[in-house]
Design a protein around this ligand. Structure first.
Ligand code: CTP
Length: 169
């Protein structure tokens, strides 16, 4: 009887309480996949906290960023779905952050499927479907292939543009 009442009160409290979601990521070269994720995360609850990986932590992860941490954090903080930005500095902090900010849900893209199941002892863990066809790696690859065009090919392209300019005038 007492247990049933306790359960009812817990359920009621969980329904009434603000739900806090936490996620982590590098968010380099901010793109539509990032925006979609943040929008869908915010829709899961009331408050969205984003841990943005610092440049030092990215080095540990073997990731080289184009945009420095301060700018990536500022961009994320200005997104209307985001309530708070914290620095992600190591692999171990997630459990502490979940406790510190009283988070109800840890969520991340499904490229991390199964990797954070150990956090289920502390909160709900959700792997979100990624937006197809876009990623920072692909953007970097496109940039790299553009930058690897040879001087000779660029000179040919410029001479064609020059010819078009004179022909069209
Ligand atoms: N993400 C997503 N859809 C995408 C790209 C990323 O939902 N198309 C999510 C990731 O799953 C992650 C968060 O956005 O939860 C931040 O991912 P991040 O690694 O910073 O972005 P990526 O574009 O995946 O970068 P990379 O290619 O360097 O892994």
């Amino acid at each position: 009887m007492l247990n049933a009442l306790k359960q009812k009160l817990t359920n009621y409290w969980n329904l009434m309480k603000n739900k806090t979601i936490i996620t982590y990521g590098t968010f380099d070269m901010f793109h539509i996949g990032h925006l979609n994720l943040l929008k869908r995360l915010k829709a899961l609850g009331d408050e969205l906290i984003v841990g943005v990986s610092t440049d030092e932590f990215n080095k540990i992860k073997g990731k080289k960023t184009l945009i420095p941490y301060d700018q990536r954090a500022e961009i994320i903080a200005s997104i209307k779905y985001v309530d708070k930005v914290i620095a992600e500095e190591n692999w171990e902090q997630k459990k502490l952050d979940i406790e510190k900010y009283n988070c109800d849900v840890f969520a991340i893209g499904n490229d991390w499927e199964g990797k954070f199941d150990f956090l289920k002892d502390y909160c709900e863990v959700i792997y979100m479907e990624r937006t197809k066809g876009v990623s920072t790696s692909e953007l970097k690859n496109s940039l790299n292939s553009f930058l690897s065009i040879s001087k000779k090919d660029l000179e040919i392209a410029f001479s064609i543009i020059e010819k078009l300019r004179t022909d069209l005038n």
